[in-house]
Design a protein around this ligand. Structure first.
Ligand code: NAP
Length: 237
C-alpha cells in the first residue's frame, strides 16, 4: 500500500510521521522551511497531472489533508481520485463553533469591505491572502503570518510568527496595538484558537470568513481517525 498525502497542515505532518515509508507527503512548496521535509514539493499540474502522478508512482489511496481554505487542490484531488478510481479520504479539522457575536463573511473581499474607516485590525488570513486588504489605506493592519508576503502587505506592521499562540500572548498583542477588529478564516484548531477568546475578552469585533465549499468526499476530523481508515484499506490493492 502506498498513500499520497496532500499536506500543508499540522495534521498532514502528524499523519506522514505516523505512516513513515507507507506514505508520500506532498507540499505545494509555499513554505520556505517546512517543519517536516516533504517527499515531494510543488504542483502536479492540475487534476490530470495529479492523476498521472498517482498512476506513475503506483499510489493506492489518496488523503487530502490540505488546509480547509485550499479549495483548488481539494477539487483537483476529488477529480483525480474519480479519474483513477482510487479511494480518497479528506482529513479536515473541525471549524470553530460559530459565535453569534462574529460578523460572518463568505470571502476575503467581503471581509476587507466590512472594516470601518480607522479600524486597527489584527489580520490573520495567511501571507497569500492579503491582496484584498491592500486597497484599504484608511485602515491600519497588524498582519501576522508564517511566511513573508510576496508583495507589499497592507499598510501597518507585519509579524512573522508560527503558531501555537497562548491566550496571554494574544491578549497582550491586541492590547499593545490597540486592536479594534480581528479578521480570521474559520480554519479551526487549537494552535490558533486563542485569538478568538482574547478578542472576545477585550470586546474586539471578529470578522470571520466562512470555509469554501468543497466537493463531497469521505471525511474525518483527526489523525487517529485517518490512521483507522488507512488500516481499513489494507485489504485493497
Ligand atoms: P490551492 O489554491 O488549493 O492550490 C493551488 C495549487 O497549489 C494547486 O492547484 C496545486 O497546483 C498546488 N498545491 C496545493 N497544495 C498542494 C500540495 N499539498 N501538494 C502539491 N501541490 C499543491 O492552495 P493554497 O490555498 O494556495 O494553499 C497552498 C498550500 O498551503 C496547501 O497545500 C495548503 O494545505 C497550505 N495552506 C493553505 C492555507 C490557506 O489559507 N489557503 C493555510 C495554511 C496552509 P497544481 O494544480 O499544479 O497541482
Amino acid at each position: 500500500m502506498k498513500l499520497l498525502i496532500l499536506g500543508g497542515t499540522l495534521e498532514a505532518r502528524r499523519l506522514a510521521e505516523a505512516l513513515g515509508d507507507r506514505a508520500v507527503l506532498s507540499l505545494a512548496g509555499s513554505t520556505k522551511a517546512p517543519v517536516l521535509t516533504p517527499h515531494r514539493c510543488g504542483g502536479f499540474g492540475g487534476a490530470e497531472g495529479l492523476a498521472q502522478y498517482m498512476q506513475r508512482e503506483n499510489i493506492t489511496a489518496l488523503i487530502d489533508a490540505t488546509h480547509p481554505f485550499a479549495a483548488q487542490i481539494s477539487h483537483n484531488a476529488a477529480r483525480a481520485a474519480a479519474q483513477t478510481g482510487l479511494s480518497l479520504l479528506r482529513l479536515s479539522r473541525p471549524a470553530w463553533p460559530l459565535d453569534p457575536a462574529w460578523q460572518m463573511v463568505d470571502n476575503l473581499v467581503l471581509a476587507a469591505a466590512a472594516l470601518p474607516t480607522r479600524a486597527r485590525v489584527l489580520l490573520t488570513v495567511g501571507s497569500r491572502s492579503l491582496q484584498p486588504f491592500i486597497p484599504r489605506a484608511d485602515v491600519w493592519f497588524l498582519t501576522r503570518s508564517i511566511e513573508p508576503a510576496t508583495r507589499n502587505p497592507p499598510q501597518g506592521l507585519s509579524l512573522l510568527q508560527r503558531p501555537p499562540f497562548s491566550l496571554a500572548d494574544e491578549i497582550s498583542l491586541m492590547q499593545d496595538h490597540k486592536i479594534s477588529h480581528l479578521v480570521s478564516k474559520n480554519s479551526g484548531g487549537r494552535a490558533t484558537g486563542a485569538k478568538l477568546e482574547a478578542a472576545k475578552t477585550l470586546g474586539i469585533q471578529i470578522i470571520m470568513v466562512n470555509r469554501p465549499q468543497l466537493p463531497a468526499a469521505l471525511e474525518v476530523a483527526t489523525v487517529a481517525q485517518a490512521l483507522n481508515w488507512v488500516e481499513s484499506q489494507k485489504g485493497n490493492p
